[in-house]
Ligand binder design. Structure first.
Ligand code: 5RP
Length: 239
């Protein structure tokens, strides 16, 4: 991992910046990776919402976006940014998305916003993953954040039992009193008690369990760049 510090627009930085302001800072900084004339891959979440808002300022210079969720699609369209079906766009040069955790190799836990499956699809069709996050997301080992896993509902108990055999505890994510239903019509398990020391091996193993749609470890689709919002500015990590 190599690092550098970027100036952060003309904003005077202090330790008083809120997490929301740090998200806005990295959302703005990600514009430097947007290639004029191209279609941009856009992730999901509160940090990406800041990026989408910033992207609106250059919407005349891009063709549009491929989106990773219904929520991001709605936000993009509301700001006048065209949204393309991923099937109609063979390749994207850049995908900008947040993360719940990122390690020193650019491997991530994602899916806090339940959009992990479409996020992994759009990341896979992109040449470069630019992760935008506040400094609290940088970790040594993935796993403190409950790992999201999208599952076919009929497999939930079986997958929960498979995690229990690893000494981890998985439970179905609820919305109100009912299981949350993803954009793909599936359920999410949140898994605690993991220390993911080999993200590639972990992702490969869990991805092939019957009923698992997507595991929220992004090691095969890891970030090449992370723009980290810190009290002293935007720190650029490259992997
Ligand atoms: C959504 C995601 C998000 O990128 C992740 O949860 C980070 O979100 P936020 O920027 O709101 O902290 O993976 O599925």
């Amino acid at each position: 991992m190599t690092t550098s510090h970027l100036h952060a627009a003309s904003m005077s930085l202090s330790e008083d910046l809120t997490q929301d302001e740090l998200k806005a800072l990295v959302g703005q900084a990600a514009l430097q990776y947007v290639v004029p004339g191209e279609i941009i891959g856009v992730g999901t979440g509160s940090t990406v919402n800041k990026f989408i808002d910033a992207l609106a300022s250059m919407k005349g210079q891009i063709r549009g976006a491929v989106s990773s969720s219904v929520a991001s699609t709605e936000r993009l369209l509301a700001l006048g940014i065209p949204v393309f079906d991923s099937n109609d766009v063979p390749r994207l040069s850049v995908y900008v998305d947040g993360a719940d955790e990122i390690d020193g190799q650019g491997c991530m836990i994602k899916g806090g916003g339940a959009a992990l499956t479409r996020e992994k699809i759009v990341a896979a069709q992109s040449d470069r993953f630019v992760c935008i996050a506040d400094a609290s997301k940088l970790v040594h080992t993935l796993g403190a954040f409950p790992l999201p896993v999208e599952v076919i509902p009929m497999a939930s108990q079986r997958v929960i039992a498979q995690f229990a055999r690893k000494g981890a505890h998985a439970k179905v994510r609820l919305k109100g009193s009912q299981p949350l239903v993803t954009d793909n019509g599936q359920h999410i398990l949140d898994v605690t008690g993991l220390q993911i020391t080999d993200p590639l091996a972990f992702e490969a193993e869990v991805s092939q369990w019957p009923g698992v749609v997507t595991v929220g470890v992004f090691a095969f689709q890891r970030a090449q760049v992370c723009l980290l919002g810190t009290a002293t500015g935007v720190k650029t990590l490259t992997f």
